[in-house]
Every structure is written in C-alpha cells, then in structure tokens.
Ligand binder design. Structure first.
Ligand code: F0G
Length: 453
C-alpha cells in the first residue's frame, strides 16, 4: 500500500469523448499542444510532476532567499555531499542546465562521449559543444521481450574496444544514465558500474553518472543483483556515486521536486571552470538558478526518495499497471521499470507502417478513449522522410511511454488506463495512422502537426 496518505488534493478534469475529439483536431493531433485542463490522466512525463511531502513543503517555508551564502544552500550542499561524496556541488535549475554547463566546459569539437544511452537533451548538449555522442547499449537491450534484469548496462566489450582503439584518445568522458531512460527505463548493475569505473581509471578518462533516477536504479539493484539483497537503496546509491568522478542530476525525477538539479565533481580545477560558466548563465554558485526554497525542498526530497517503503510501493504500482496492460493484450518493453512503461505499439498495430506512426496512433487513441496523455517514442520521434514524405529512416521500435509521476496517481487511476487499453485492443484493426503536415528541422515531435490517414 501507499506509505503515505493524501492531505492536499487537486481535481482532475473529466471530459467527454466529443470534447476530446474536438481538442485533438484543434491541436492538429499533437498531444504536446493540449491544455492541461483537457487531460484526465497525464502520463507525459515523470519529470517535475511529483507530489511534494509535508516535510518538503515545510522545508520550503524555511528557505533562505539571500542572494549568496544562503542557509538553504548549505543545507542542500551537506545533503548532496553526504549522499554522493563529491568534493564540489554546483546547483542548477534542471538537468539540462547541469549538462550544458558541464559539457561546454569539458568538451570541444572532435571529442567523443560514450554512454549506455544518452538522454535526448544530454545528446543535444554534447553535440552543441561540437563533440560526438555515441551510445553503447548492451546486446540484451535490443530484445524488447527479454526479462534480463540489467538491460540498462553499457556494452563493456564495446567500451573496452573503443577506449583501446583509434578513437580512444578522443574520449572525453564516459556517462552512465541510471536508470537508462532512453533504453526503456532499465537499470544498470553495480557490477557494470564497477567495471566501467575500472576501465575509465585505466585509461584516464573521467567517468560520470546521469543520476536522474539513481534511487530507482538502486532499488532494482537491491532486488536483482547478487550480493546486494541485504543493502539498503541508500547504501547502494552511495556506493554508485563513489565509483565515479562526478554526476549531472535532474532532481525533477529522484529529487521529487518541481524544479532543480545539480552537478557533482571531484576535479577542483574543472569545478572552478564550471562555476564561472554557472555564474554567467545560471546564477551565483550558491543558488544556480533556483530559489532558496527550491534548494531546501530538493534536499528533503533526496532524503525521502531512497526510503525502502516509498520505492517498494513505486515498484509495486508500476507492476500493477504492467499487469493491467499485459492482460489487456498489449506487450511492453520487459521487464517493467519504475518510472515508466513502454508499450509496444508496432506489435499492436501491425497494419500501420512506421512512417504512419503506430506509436502516435496509440497515443492519440489513449487520449481519445480515456483522456490519457502519453509520449510517442517511435518514428515520429526518431524517423525521417524526404520532401515527398517517403520514409528515409525509421525508429528501431514503435513505442509509447506511459511515465508514472511520483506519489500522484493511485491504482484506480491506473486501472482506468488498463480499461482504456482493453477498449483500444478490441478495435485495434480499425485504428488508423497519421501523416505529418508541418514539422520543425529538429526535435520535430514537439511541434509537428498531423492528419489522420
Ligand atoms: N537525463 C535524463 C536521464 C532524463 O530523463 C532527463 C529528462 C534529463 C537528463 C534532463 O533533465 O528535464 O531536468 O532538464 N527527462 C524528462 C523525461 C524530460 O520526460 O524523461 P531536465
């Protein structure tokens, strides 16, 4: 059961099918353009959408809004230092701000960043600094149905080959995203982190974590990795951070705050250079683009997020939804992680070709039938067409992500998702695809307009 009770509630909008049909037409079938008041269950993201605890709200009230040297900063600093062990902590307003400051400082054209999988803003920030972002996911990650417990791992053989090969001297940093959001929210094992750490040390390459979901990764380690069953998630997280040289963190996930992030570093000289860019572009080094209250709420959230009862329930509710989805007849990327489920839309709608976006078709059906907002992760997101609309590149899989906000929705909300999917499956053969009418040159899924075909 939920290890909390509800003290503050927010009504959720209930709409009619006709209203949803009209809304879809009005936004040209782009779900990003819906107004929140048109969405009943919003599973677009688990980022910045969690519910604050009473203790976080209280910490926020105690926030010190001094421009520099605020008490909030020192409380935040102490909490993050105890958790991570890094010598230097720089606050930033969110994950991508931390990425931009770190990569602009550390990278230059010609350099190479290796990762299990870069999240899309991480890749964008690497590329904006002129460097190359290369993903080396482990081979098990390619099989959506495999229940291997650590499909988020980096391919250690490929990592070794790259570090010792002709590109080795170009590698500026190795990054492990825990859990691996771009790879289906799958965790990385401690063994994989240890071996990556050893390889990086041997080659003198800095090793960083993208720690956005570090507590969820730690939970899955305590469940599935031999030798870690008796450890607490907090102990696992502490060990993981200490195997690395630094991290970038979006606290909008496992900080359970609406806004916040940080960079952790051991290299004093690099920290000094990052601090200068931070001051010029984010804010002074003791607030980094955040209010004092945000720093205090983040510190409290970082303590709550490794509580075993909280993580156990989060895993349990994800499993509950996974079971509902499977029994509705929809396959998911196995095994289910904690922050999201990834529905296999390509398999559900074999009659819709990739360039008519089966994932987008499912996302639109979820909205039309149930007022549920999700995110397509398929060929609308990753594909390309030529000027005549002929496909030139499609995504490896046609997926839809149902992200699970922290402490927000209950089992009955997720039962509604299961029931909606049951309805969709009954008429799967009659669901149609889409064609793009307008798109932007980059990140097209955010702004594209579409029509049914
Ligand atoms: N790294 C990972 C693994 C992420 O999932 C995200 C954001 C970021 C970095 C960037 O952090 O949003 O605070 O700037 N992921 C969100 C999502 C947007 O929906 O998965 P941010």
């Amino acid at each position: 059961m939920e290890p909390y009770r509800i003290k503050v509630v927010e009504p959720i909008p209930v709409t009619t099918r006709q209203q949803r049909e009209e809304a879809l037409k009005r936004v040209h079938y782009n779900l990003f353009d819906l107004r929140a008041e048109e969405v009943t269950i919003d599973l677009l993201t688990d980022s910045g959408t969690g519910a604050l605890s009473a203790a976080q709200q209280a910490a926020g009230m105690a926030g010190d809004e001094s421009y520099s040297g605020s008490r909030s900063f020192y409380r935040f600093h102490e909490t993050v230092t105890e958790l991570t062990g890094y010598s230097h902590i720089l606050p930033a307003h969110q994950g991508r701000a931390a990425e931009r400051v770190l990569f602009n400082t550390l990278l230059e054209p010609g350099k190479l960043v290796l990762a299990n999988t870069h999240f899309d803003t991480t890749r964008a920030n690497v590329e904006l600094s002129g460097a190359e972002a290369r993903d080396l996911p482990c081979p098990e990650a390619r099989d959506l149905d495999s229940t291997h417990p650590f499909k988020g791992n980096i391919d250690l053989e490929e990592l070794r080959r790259t570090l010792t090969g002709p590109d080795g001297s170009r590698v500026a940093v190795v990054l492990l995203t825990i859990t691996n959001n771009g790879g289906g929210g799958q965790p990385v094992s401690m063994e994989n982190i240890k071996q990556t750490s050893a390889l990086c040390r041997a080659h003198g390459v800095p090793f960083f974590l993208d720690a956005a979901r570090f507590a969820e990764n730690a939970w899955l380690v305590t469940r599935h990795e031999p030798g870690y069953q008796d450890r607490t998630p907090r102990q696992v997280a502490e060990e993981a951070f200490r195997l690395t040289d630094g991290c970038v963190m979006s606290a909008k996930k496992d900080g359970i705050v609406h806004i916040g992030g940080f960079i952790g570093l051991n290299d004093g000289e690099l920290a000094q250079r990052c601090e200068l860019l931070l001051i010029a572009t984010e804010g002074f080094a003791t607030y980094g683009g955040l209010a004092g209250r945000d720093l205090d709420m983040m510190a409290q959230g970082l303590k709550e997020v490794t509580e075993p009862s909280y993580l156990a329930e989060r895993a349990d509710i994800a499993t509950h939804l996974a079971n509902r989805v499977r029994s509705a007849g929809v396959d998911i990327l196995e095994p289910p992680g904690l922050h999201a489920l990834y529905l296999n839309a390509g398999r559900l709608f074999p009659h819709i070709p990739a360039h008519h976006y089966p994932g987008h078709a499912l996302a639109c059906q979820l909205y039309l039938e149930g007022g549920i907002r999700s995110a397509e992760l398929g060929s609308l997101y990753l594909g390309e067409e030529d000027e005549e609309g002929n496909p030139t590149k499609s995504a490896p899989y046609e997926l839809v992500r149902l992200a699970l906000p922290r402490r927000v929705y209950t089992r009955s909300h997720y039962d509604h998702v299961g029931e909606t999917l049951e309805k969709i499956v009954k008429n799967a053969g009659s669901v149609h695809g889409f064609r793009i009418t307008e798109q932007s040159p980059i990140l097209r899924h955010f702004r594209a307009t579409l029509v049914p075909v």
